[in-house]
Design a protein around this ligand. Structure first.
Ligand code: BMA
Length: 326
């Protein structure tokens, strides 16, 4: 076992469950999954692909809730323990003096990250097609929307938790206006969170579970060995797409350089609630909480585009697994 250090804050109240006795899994599921049902409030059809962060000693998050009109919207939620969530029934109303910036078509698959002095939210934002919306908040009440990061078509915009060599960095996955039968992960850089450039290719699709397309999941976790990035991979079966997830280790200074990546998935749709729902066979991670001193990680993932699950691992277990060629 290597001595991997996670760089970040302690989070002693991280939601957690020990690995079941005798389990060989690198990532194991919470025994009471799913943690969020499809309709935590009247008017919700499904709650999945969502992001949680530590907030004021407790937890806050931004949740994808598709409505019973099947509008894709994002909502704020709060939790004392990271497991039981109160989600606000009204979608987030973003603020910007320019109405063109806050023009709303749809929003989905949010990510949330603390950078320097505030939380940033990125999500797939409808602007004549899907692109990456960006906003910031300090209190999870007022959300200030910034310019879209990119032109259409793009999805899975994921910020790094700090500047690297003075630049904000964002992973994304250029796509099309449909269900996108292709897709690689790229990285873009910005001096100001508005203007994005210096785009680099990070990694492409590969074999098996990741043979159709891939996309970044939670905010990358800084470790002594590199940035630990969980990502989803998709294969096309005779019944359609299957979404699993794995992990990669990216260079700390030049995160477009891949040190290791998963050959085998860490989680694939095996459980009933991952296989049956509005979109069958989807496990889609969008957030990870980390307790730096212990290296424990709790991952939030959407299940079958219907409910939200939680699973657990440690930085050391994942990095050792990758290094061993898995
Ligand atoms: C993607 C996004 C995700 C979803 C996945 C599977 O294109 O819409 O939100 O989980 O498809 O339906």
């Amino acid at each position: 076992m290597s001595q991997i250090k996670v760089i970040g804050d302690a989070l002693p109240n991280l939601p957690w469950e020990d690995k079941p006795e005798g389990s060989q899994e690198v990532v194991w599921r919470y025994s009471h999954n799913p943690i969020i049902p499809r309709n935590p409030f009247v008017g919700a059809n499904s709650t999945f692909n969502s992001a949680a962060v530590p907030f004021n000693g407790k937890f806050a998050g931004v949740f994808r809730c598709d409505s019973t009109a099947r509008e894709m919207q994002i909502h704020v939620g709060f939790s004392d323990d990271g497991i039981n969530w109160q989600i606000t029934p009204e979608r987030i109303q973003f603020i910007n003096p320019d109405p063109e910036v806050t023009r709303w078509e749809y929003g989905y698959d949010p990510r949330v990250v603390w950078i320097e002095d505030r939380y940033y939210v990125t999500w797939c934002n409808g602007y004549h097609g899907p692109t990456i919306g960006v906003a910031w908040t300090k209190d999870f009440r007022e959300f200030h929307q910034l310019e879209n990061a990119f032109l259409i078509f793009n999805r899975n915009g994921v910020l790094f938790p700090r500047r690297i060599n003075g630049k904000y960095m964002m992973l994304s996955r250029p796509s099309d206006n449909g269900h996108t039968p292709f897709g690689d992960i790229f990285i873009s850089q910005s001096p100001d969170m508005i203007h994005w450039g210096c785009h680099r290719h990070v990694m492409g699709r590969s074999d098996g579970w990741q043979s159709t397309k891939i996309g970044a999941g939670p905010i990358p976790i800084e470790t002594s060995e590199g940035w630990l990035m969980f990502y989803h991979g998709v294969l096309t079966s005779c019944n359609g797409f299957v979404y699993s997830f794995g992990a990669a280790l990216l260079d700390l200074e030049e995160p477009w350089k891949v040190i290791h990546r998963s050959k085998k998935f860490l989680i694939a749709p095996w459980e009933q609630y991952e296989c049956v729902g509005d979109v069958p066979n989807v496990t889609f991670p969008c957030a990870a909480l980390t307790d730096a001193p212990s290296g424990r990680i709790a991952i939030y993932y959407g299940c079958a585009d219907t409910v939200t699950g939680l699973c657990f691992t440690t930085a050391e277990a994942v990095v050792d697994h990758l290094k061993a060629g898995n």
